[in-house]
Write a protein that binds this ligand. Structure first.
Ligand code: SF4
Length: 161
């Protein structure tokens, strides 16, 4: 059961999904934006968003030190498998908001700014440190924790949303 901080973060996800649905942007090149190097962009997210994402088990082929290394994640998100996102329910706001439709650019920025503001306010409300970084940074941290703690699994896959 998510704590109240996380429940409010999930409510931001719902708000984002509703905004994006109302704007109904087009997806022209399905899945390419998750191959970061090919597409030429980066995915930023907060620590709590990474925690939520990491509860989803990676596809078996990608749950390896090589595929989750910083350099590999900077090339492509390891949750993408056969062109599809395998973590749709757990994906962070950046993934929910971004679409390659040029007609949606302005709205995309607007929703992003509003979502980040909401997340920042929640961090203040719950006295959580604001940690906002690239996806590869959080994978790197998770891998270091795995090596130092030797948990049974590389990412926490015991529960998924
Ligand atoms: S979490 Fe899913 S939508 Fe987000 S970058 Fe990874 S594969 Fe793409």
């Amino acid at each position: 059961m998510p704590d109240t901080f996380e429940q409010e973060v999930l409510a931001v996800y719902d708000w984002v999904d509703a905004q994006v649905a109302a704007a109904s942007p087009r997806c022209d090149i399905s899945g390419r934006c998750c191959r970061f190097k090919d597409y030429g962009h980066k995915l930023f997210l907060t620590r709590i968003e990474a925690d939520i994402l990491f509860r989803k088990e990676l596809p078996t082929e990608h749950n390896t030190p090589e595929k989750t290394a910083r350099e590999a994640v900077n090339q492509a998100c390891p949750y993408q498998h056969k062109g599809l996102c395998t973590a749709r329910e757990n994906r962070p706001t950046g993934c929910r908001i971004f679409f390659c439709d040029p007609a949606y650019d302005e709205k995309c920025c607007e929703i992003t700014e509003a979502a980040i503001l909401q997340l920042k306010k929640l961090h203040e409300k719950y006295h959580k440190p604001w940690e906002y970084n690239e996806l590869s940074h959080f994978f790197d941290q998770s891998n270091r924790e795995f090596l130092s703690n030797e948990p049974n699994e590389r990412v926490d896959s015991k529960s998924s949303l």
